[in-house]
Ligand binder design. Structure first.
Ligand code: IDP
Ligand code: MG
Length: 150
């Protein structure tokens, strides 16, 4: 089953949007595989955002993500990466589709509430970066057959 890392970033936690984000992913039908509430180290932040090193917003991004606790989660389901990015909305809140999290709760790209993996490969890679193997649970729900076609 495809997996995606999801972070509720410090602004989402501080604004008490943790339940809102989890609720939207649950109601979408996605299945939680792991979760932890944590303070992100500078080393983890730099590894996670390595692709953005050198960009003008990089230092601010590292400061933002390490500024206060985050909720890190792994969610799974068919096409979970595309589904979650749709639920989150575009990176820039003013470009995010109405009804998406970033549209409904954010105004600025540097305070856009959530992170989600951008490809199935990165979903696996980020899940492995943020979680130990035994922190991710393989399980099935009774409702799976009513949500997942296969
Ligand atoms: P994504 O989170 O939608 O995948 P990315 O392009 O991977 O977007 O950027 C990672 C994060 O870096 C964004 O979610 C946002 O918090 C931050 N970011 C991206 N572009 C800017 C910018 O122009 N100014 C400030 N922060 C930015
Ligand atoms: Mg990204």
């Amino acid at each position: 089953m495809e997996r995606s890392l999801v972070l509720v970033k410090p602004d989402g936690v501080q604004r008490s949007l943790l339940g809102e984000v989890i609720s939207r992913l649950e109601r979408r039908g996605l299945r939680l595989a792991g979760a932890k509430f944590m303070q992100v180290s500078k080393a983890l932040a730099e590894e996670h955002y390595a692709i953005h090193k050198g960009k003008p917003f990089y230092d601010g991004l590292i400061a933002y993500i390490t500024s206060a606790p985050v909720m890190a989660m792994v969610w799974e389901g068919p096409n979970v990466v595309a589904a979650i990015r749709q639920t989150m909305g575009a990176t820039h809140p003013l470009e995010a589709a109405p009804g998406s999290i970033r549209h409904d709760f954010a105004l600025e790209v540097g305070r856009n509430i959530t992170h989600a993996s951008d490809s199935p490969e990165n979903g696996e890679q980020e899940a492995a970066l943020w979680f130990k193997q035994d922190e991710l649970i393989s399980w099935s729900r009774d409702a799976d057959r009513w949500i997942f076609e296969k």
